[in-house]
Ligand binder design. Structure first.
Ligand SMILES: O=C(O)C(=O)C[C@]1(C(=O)O)C=C[C@@H](O)C=C1
Length: 138
């Protein structure tokens, strides 16, 4: 298992921001972080350990890659939630226009049970949030 480079490790241990700013002796992951900081005009940068909680470059690299996948998944989840809200609005609009009520509690119970069966108690909480986002948009 590869340890953090000596320079990076020393800079972290001694809390030397000026040393931490240099790219010399830094891992590829650290150099990438330095570039990202420069792009967004950030202040003193954090070490890989601070950003990822990892203590080795191997773990830091794995975490960085997995976080990219999580960000991509979160984007898709957000897109799906927005799509769900739009479909729900179509249903509610049709029901209200036909003279019915916006809310249909029996259906909401089905949705809650669907999520509870798949994800347990936190699934119910998630479904309640989805219903809150979907209800009353028309
Ligand atoms: O299925 C319906 O009848 C809807 O109106 C959709 C929906 C939902 O977003 O799931 C929204 C409001 C209702 O109270 C019940 C469910």
């Amino acid at each position: 298992m590869t340890k953090m480079t000596e320079t990076a490790e020393k800079a972290e241990m001694l809390e030397m921001p000026e040393a931490a700013e240099t790219t010399v002796g830094r891992s590829a992951a650290d150099r990438s972080a330095v570039r990202q900081d420069a792009v967004r005009g950030a202040g003193p940068r954090k070490t890989v350990a601070e950003v990822t909680g990892a203590r080795t470059e191997e773990a830091a690299g794995l975490i960085a890659g997995a976080r990219e996948r999580i960000d991509a998944l979160d984007d898709r989840i957000i897109g799906l939630v927005q799509e769900r809200m739009a479909v729900s609005a179509v249903i509610q609009e049709a029901r209200i226009t036909s003279g019915g009520r916006r809310v249909n509690l029996a259906r909401e119970m089905e949705v809650l049970e669907h999520f509870r069966a798949a994800l347990g108690k936190p699934g119910t909480t998630l479904a309640m949030t989805l219903l809150e986002l979907s209800r009353g948009r028309v």
